[in-house]
Design a protein. Structure first.
Length: 440
């Protein structure tokens, strides 16, 4: 059990401007994709978060030589010495994104022997779309004791139909298809901005990829891919979380690096609450000025450009003190309301009915000890802590650190009273911290 925690006090109106880091969900798959090439690549705007460090370790485990200049957020990755296609369960279990190494290894070596991935407990998170569509490309896959043994003499192109536009399955098949024999078509593909950032990197490597509407990606296999230099896109989920944190405290913020077109539905919902949003003339730069009388809004999560499931939890925290009732429908993951039970401990009025959460605005929230079960849940609980009376202790800080690069420091810069307390592995729970109860 990780007993590090965040301590959050009631905040005055957060105000100011902060820099955004590169997108976690883009850089993780892009680091994996570098195995497609044999040589030195350079990535800029790479966030220093725990999941990114785990992905770097995974590539080192395969033989890559990596230098991470964390000051400059610059990652130099030399994959010419990558000789292995085996990744143990221990390493794979550390992140969900680890599964994304499969497509790259199959394309480079025709083999991938990997354990099953880990990741947030927000649903069953099977990998059946990955496995069955690799099989369509000629890959034989044997599963034994939590490991997958995937092998192929020559990847062949295929017409791939995804029953759901899975981000991970799209990315894995995409990477395999770059070196497959012939033209692969991925129908009902995920077109999240992070997927498009991956495609930009693959095209720079020399891959032949075209994105067509509706949600169709066409890949013509090539014989060779070369190393690249790339600037990772901004993190729209960090941007969305910051906008929501500031809105919750009645403040004002300007995010110069954020592009509105990657957050359209989120901005629409914040405006419906009564917050004023201004966007730069070229769609770049988002300014939010919060209203003092927020109205509750309802929303439904879905694939991009719909409302992102990764902002569902922070947006739920925002509804807790809003006037009226909000109905939140989670359609992407079947078990992504853990944070709701923790918000109830703080006095929020939330009813869960299957994949819907009904939030009725209350007058106050009260600080107490709560526990984050995943990255985005930790954000929701920090936001709730900033609008609650008294002190809130958020356990499970390792989730926060997996998803963000020192987000607490950016909140401090905006005026929040928040502190991160590292796990004390030697002495167990810290003074005043009650032993963690199992979440319902
Ligand atoms: C990516 O996860 C992101 N993670 C998630 O962000 C994000 O929530 C998710 O996409 C949706 O946007 C990374 O990019 C590392 P999916 P992924 O495959 O690829 C089902 C965060 O907080 N499914 O699009 O795992 C699946 O169970 C994280 O940063 C299958 O049934 O998501 C889910 O219900 C959390 N079979 C739905 O599809 C499969 O083979 C969407 O999953 C694959 C997926």
């Amino acid at each position: 059990m990780n007993n590090g925690y965040l301590k959050v006090e009631h905040a005055q109106a957060l105000t100011g401007q902060v820099e955004l880091v590169g997108a976690k969900n883009a850089v993780l798959v892009i680091i994996a994709s570098l195995v497609l090439t044999a040589g030195k690549s350079v990535l800029h705007n790479v966030p220093v978060s725990a999941d990114v460090l785990e992905m770097i370790e995974l590539l080192r485990h395969l033989g890559a030589v990596i230098f991470f200049d964390t000051e400059k957020h610059m990652l130099t990755v030399d994959t010419s010495l990558v000789r292995s296609w085996t990744v143990s369960s221990t390493i794979m279990q550390k992140t969900r994104a680890s599964i994304l190494i499969m497509g790259a290894l199959l394309a480079r070596f025709g083999k991938a022997h990997v354990g099953l991935p880990g990741g947030d407990a927000i649903g069953k998170r099977p990998i059946d779309y990955h496995v069955k569509n690799f099989a369509k490309m000629g890959v034989s896959i044997r599963s034994e004791a939590d490991c997958l043994y995937a092998e192929v003499d020559m990847l062949s192109a295929a017409r791939i139909i995804l029953e759901y536009p899975s981000v991970g399955a799209t990315e894995n098949i995409l990477m395999a298809a770059t070196r497959a024999h012939g033209v692969t078509k991925i129908i009902n593909a995920a077109c999240e901005p992070e997927v498009l950032d991956l495609i930009a990197v693959l095209q720079k490597m020399g891959a032949r990829i075209v994105v067509e509407t509706p949600a169709t990606i066409i890949v013509e296999g090539v014989d060779f891919l070369h190393p690249v230099e790339h600037h990772i896109m901004f993190d729209r989920l960090e941007a969305g979380s910051l906008l929501m944190a500031v809105a919750a405290t009645g403040g004002e913020i300007y995010l110069s690096q954020a592009s509105a077109d990657l957050l359209d539905v989120v901005l629409l919902k914040l405006e419906e609450m009564g917050h004023s949003i201004t966007v730069g003339s070229d769609g770049k730069g988002i300014h939010l000025k919060a209203t003092s009388t927020p109205q509750a809004v309802s929303f439904k999560t879905g694939p991009f450009p719909g409302f992102p499931t990764d902002l569902q939890a922070p947006m739920m925290a925002l509804q807790c003190l809003a006037t009226g009732t909000s109905i939140i429908e989670e359609t992407v993951f079947e078990n992504r309301f853990h944070h709701a039970y923790e918000l109830q401990k703080m006095g929020a009025s939330i009813k869960i009915e299957y994949n819907k959460a009904i939030v009725t605005g209350v007058e106050y929230l009260y600080g107490t000890q709560v526990s984050a079960s995943d990255i985005r849940a930790s954000t929701a609980l920090v936001i709730a802590g900033m609008i609650a009376h008294g002190t809130t202790t958020v356990l499970g800080v390792h989730h926060w650190k997996r998803g963000y690069e020192a987000l607490e420091k950016k909140l401090q810069h905006l005026g929040a009273v928040i502190s991160l307390h590292e796990a004390d592995v030697l002495h167990g729970p810290l003074p005043g911290i009650q032993k963690e109860q199992a979440t319902p």
